[in-house]
Design a protein around this ligand. Structure first.
Ligand code: HEM
Length: 419
């Protein structure tokens, strides 16, 4: 996705195909979102090709309402746009954390919250620091280094450890996750979009099935799989299918988002070195810098809900059962909420970004992600002086996460004064 600032080049969007990943990769989405926020705050997208029309909200207030108000907008039929794109029924309804509404949602969320509690996250800090240092050192040792690939392994190593998954499987798991969210990207697809997603899901489910079979319900492993293994729902113990679905959502949630935030950090460092010098000189700015990085990068572009009842918005009626998409990337540049929204400002406060969502489904991994990003920023400040983007940057073709496939960088080391 191209990121620009106003005044935008005029965009032709009489009928933008928001389900077309290629459109996202080649379009200045910020120009489109600015236009929609201003003139069509409730826009009806009709992708054609037998796919269901869906509503599009782009303002911060509307995005927050759609995500927060589960009595008006339900998550049960799926929350990512690819469901519409691929015309697939959602087997996860009421069975996977993300595809439930309260009170069912709490049955999954409360036990899983414990698996991501701050004291658990704290046990991962050393691993995160070592990973960050190794990655930065490899980049410093090389002339030009493609850092996008390494950032993908950063969250995988942590979720892999928290889930108790063997390291030799991590690389393949990352590939399978990419096949799921970027199914029509030529670098990941193995046929049609549907076939690619089916193959990835099949392989992931078989993988987790084996992991599960190797553990008994009485093992009481403190890791995430152990938590799922021991979980009880109102109807009885969590079934194996339900457990697999929840492993799947945790893996997707972690692995595609954090790398995008990290790659955005490198781009920003290259473009605004003075902002990071300011953070180095004043470490109190680290917290606001990270919040601004999250606002700026908005790793999750859009989420979906389905209207529960008929309701009015901006003078139009959304009918019960109709899909509504909420564009987080747009909400995070809404001029009604953010002063100078297209300025990256490490001192920005307040910063009411919605990068982790809002309401009951607020990201369960937010604490882990924040600690990971904070450690990464610390290590960058410690080790790296300048960042140069030293070649062609390539984006993942996806309308879910606008991630990076390649980012050749040249880092210079920080020279620390002797004595
Ligand atoms: C910078 C990193 C991250 C960003 C920007 C991010 C973003 C989000 C957003 C926007 C949601 C809300 C979904 C909704 O409302 O439907 C969400 C939920 C979720 N995230 Fe994250 N996430 C990040 C990291 C992680 C990590 C590290 C994990 C894994 C531990 C994770 C796992 C999940 C899960 C399982 C959910 C569903 C929660 C629920 O339905 O209650 N995320 N995330």
């Amino acid at each position: 996705m191209i990121i620009s600032k106003p005044p935008f080049c005029p965009v032709h969007f009489e009928a933008p195909d928001l389900l077309d990943s290629g459109f996202h990769a080649s379009t200045d989405m910020h120009a489109l979102w600015a236009e929609l926020r201003e003139n069509q705050p409730l826009y009806r997208a009709d992708p054609g090709g037998g796919r269901e029309p869906f509503w599009v909200v782009t303002r911060h207030e509307d995005v927050s309402r759609v995500l927060r108000s589960h009595t008006e907008f339900s998550s049960r039929r799926g929350t990512i746009l690819s469901i519409l794109d691929l015309n697939t029924p959602d087997i996860a309804t009421d069975n996977m954390l993300a595809d439930t509404d309260p009170p069912r949602h709490r049955e999954f969320r409360e036990p899983l919250n414990k698996a991501f509690a701050p004291r658990v996250v704290a046990t991962q800090e050393e691993l995160l620091r070592n990973l960050a240092r190794d990655m930065l050192q490899s980049a410093l040792d090389a002339d030009v280094y493609d850092i996008a690939k390494s950032t993908m392994m950063f969250p995988m190593a942590v979720t892999g450890t928290l889930m108790g998954l063997p390291p030799e499987s991590w690389e393949r798991l990352v590939e399978l996750v990419m096949m799921t969210i970027a199914y029509d990207d030529p670098d990941y697809s193995t046929g049609s979009g549907q076939a690619t997603v089916r193959q990835a899901r099949h392989e992931l489910f078989e993988y987790f099935r084996e992991e599960f079979s190797s553990r008994s319900r009485d093992d009481a492993d403190p890791d995430v799989i152990g938590t799922l293994r021991a979980m009880d729902l109102t109807e009885g113990p969590l079934s194996q299918e339900q457990a697999l679905l929840n492993c799947f959502v945790l893996l997707i949630g972690a692995n595609v988002t954090t790398p995008h935030a990290l790659c955005t950090l490198f781009t920003l460092w290259a473009e605004h070195p003075e902002q990071f010098r300011a953070v180095r000189e004043n470490p109190d700015l680290r917290a606001s810098c990270l919040q601004e990085l999250l606002r700026w990068s908005s790793p999750v572009t859009a989420l979906m809900r389905y209207a529960v009842t008929d309701l009015e918005l901006h003078g139009r009626t959304i009918r019960a059962g109709e899909p509504v998409s909420a564009w987080l990337g747009s909400a995070n540049r809404d001029e009604r909420v953010f002063k100078d929204p297209y300025t990256f400002d490490v001192t920005r406060q307040p910063n009411r970004h919605v990068a982790f969502g809002v309401g009951p489904h607020y990201c369960i991994g937010a604490g882990l992600a924040k600690v990971g990003l904070e450690i990464f920023l610390d290590e960058m400040l410690d080790l790296v002086d300048t960042v140069e983007i030293a070649g062609e940057v390539r984006h993942v073709a996806s309308h879910f996460v606008p991630g990076y496939k390649n980012m050749p960088v040249r880092f210079t080391p920080r020279k620390v004064a002797a004595g």
